[in-house]
Write a protein that binds this ligand. Sequence first.
Ligand code: ZN
Length: 695
Amino acid sequence: MKARPIGITILAFLFALNVAVYAVFALLAVFNHGALVAVLHTLSPSGAGPETIHSSMGRLQPIYYSGMAILTCAMAVGFWKLQNWARIVMLALIALSLLLMTTEVRPLLATPTAGAIIFTLVRIALSVFWLWYLLRRPVRDVFRREAAAAFGRVLSVGAFFLFVLGPAQAQNDVSDIILVNANVFTASNAHPHAEAIAIKGERILAVGMNQEIISLAGPKTKKIDAAGRLVIPGILDTHIHYMLMDAVPDVTTVDFGGFAPTCKHVLEMVADKVNDVSVGNLLFGFMGANAFFDPECTPAALDRVAPHTAVFLAGGTVHAGMLNSAAVKWFGIDTSASPPLAGWYGKNAKSKTWDGVVHNSAMLPLFVRAISDGSKDDEKLRKYFVDEARWGITGNTFMEYKPAARIEQLARVNAPFRVWVMPFAQYETGQKRRRLQQATVPPAIADRVTSHGEKWVLDGEPVHRTAPMRAPYADDPTTSGQTDYPDAEVRAILSEAVQHNLPLMIHVTADRSTEQLLNQMDATGGEKVWANRRLRIEHGNGLMEDLIPRARKLGVIVAENPMYLGELPLSPQRPPVWTPCRSVLEAGIPLVLASDGRPDFPFLNPFLNIQIATTYALYPKEAITREQALIAFTRTAAYSEFVEDRLGTLEVGKLADLAVLSQDIFKVSNDDLPKTESVLTIVGGNIAYSREPIQ
Ligand SMILES: [Zn+2]
C-alpha cells in the first residue's frame, strides 16, 4: 500500500468542514436567524463576502444552505467515483469562488479581523487542494482508495455535533423583548408593514403578526404593548457638527438676536459688549449675511467700536468671517502671507491680500479655535444623545476636526448610541493639503462607534456668494463665485481615497463645483472605479438636470439638509441654481436626509426636516413623500454609510434599533409633524430612552 499523501487527509478534512459549515448555516437559517447573521458578519465584517450572498438570498436562505450542503456531499460521492460531471462542476465552482474572492481582498485588508482572515484562508486552501487534486491523476487514484474512509470518519463526528448542537441552538430561540400591538413601518420593500417585533440580544429575532411574535415569548421575556403606535427603524442623522458655541475659556460670545441683524445693531452691540470682555479674551458671534454685506460693516468699523478688544464675527455661516485688528493679533495671523489653499480674503472673495475678511479655509481654522468641540464636556454629550433619542434618533455622524479626541470622549461616555466619526478636512496655512488622520476605535465601543473616511469642503456656499455657479448670482451679476480647488487637487483627493479605500463625503453647494467633481471622478476612473464607492455629495445644491444622469452613473449618493430648501432667513442671496429632491429619487440616485445640525439647534428635529422636505415651499414639484423622507433618514442613510446589512430597516437579523413614535407621522397634519416625539427608543436591543417607565 502506498503512503497516503498528507494533502489527501487535509483535503478530506476541508471537504468535511465545508459540508459542516453549510449544514450549520442551514440549521441556523431555519432556527436562529439572528445567530446566522451574527456569524456571517464576523466572517465578513466588510459586508463584501458571504453577507452579500446571504442578503441577496432573502427567504431562500434555508433552501440555499441546505442545497449547498447536499451539493457538496454529492460532489464528494462523485469524486470517489471520479465522475466527470462532478469534476467539471467543481472546477466551475472553484473558478467562481476565486473570482468572487478578488472583490473581497480589498475590504478585507481595510478591516482585517481574525474571523475574516481564517475564513478566507480556508477558502483559498480548499480551492488550492481541489485544483491540486483535479490536475494530478496519481493523487486522484490514491484519494479514491484512501480518502473515502477518512472523509466518512470526519463526517460522522461532524454529524454527531450537528445533531446534538443544532437543536440545542434552536431551543434557545426565546426573545428578550417583544413589542406587540404596533403599527410597524419596517422601511423594507419586501414587507413594509407588520404588527409586532421580537428582539433577542442586540438583534431582531422576528417581525410579523401579533400571534406569531407572542409565541416567541418565554417567562422572562419583556412584553411591551405599543398600543397601536407607529414603530419605525432608528433614525440616523448622518451629518452633524458636534460643537458648543460658548465653552472656550478665553472666548466671550455675543448673540445679536435672530439670523439677520442690521449692521447698525451689530456695531452697537459690539461697542456695548466689549466692556464685558475680560482682558485677553476674544469676542465672537454670528453677524448674519445682511450685516456682512452691508458696506458700513467692515473690519475698520469693528476697530472703531472695539479698538482694544479682539472681535471675530462669522457671517451667515461658518464659511466667512470678519476680524478687527486686535483679533488679527489674537489669532497670530501672518497678514503678509497669501491665503491658504481653498481660502479667500475680501468681502467679495476677490482679494488676494489681507483685508480682515476671511472665507473658507482662511476662515475655518479661526472658527475651530474660537469655539469648543465639547470633547471635554461629557455631560453635554450624554444630554445630547438623550435629546436625540427623544426624536427616535439612534445614530449620529459627527464631522470631526479631531477624530481621536471625540473617540476618546465617546469611550468615556460609553452611551448606547451609534456614532460614525467622520474625519473632517482640516486646513492649515500654506498650499499643502493634509492627509486626514484615521483614528482607531477602542474595542469596548467598536460595536457602536466607527471612524473612517474623509469629509472635504469642495466649495463655499451661496450665502456669501462663494459657491461657484455656471451663471452669475441673480442679485449680484458681477460674480458667479469661484472654485476653491484646482482640478489636480480634486483628483488627488479622489485618488487617495480610492487608494486607501476611504468613504468620501464632499460638501458641494453649486453647479460649477458639482460639474468639477463629476469631471474629476471621470478623470480618476469614472464608472468603473466609482460606481460602488457610494461617494456622498453633502447639500447637493446645484445638482442640475444635466448633471443628475452623470451623478447616477458614478454611483453618487445625495445628502440633502432640508433647512436649506426654504427661503433661508440667513441667506438673502439668489443663486441661479436649485436643490433637487424628487428628481434625484426619480433618477435612481439614493437620497439621504440629514440635519447639518449641532447641539441645541432647532433643525436637529428630524420631523421638522421631514416636514420641510415633504412640502418644499420653494419648489413644490421637488417635494418628496413622507415615506420617502423617512426612508432617506433610515434605510438610505444606512446604505450611505455601508451598514445597510445591519441597520436602516426592521428585518430579521438586523440590529434592534427602533423608535415607538408619539403619533403616526404618515397621518398627522403637516403642522403637527414637528411635534412628533419618540415614546420609546431601543438601540441594539437596549432601551436607550423611554418617555414613560416600562414595567
Ligand atoms: Zn455640514
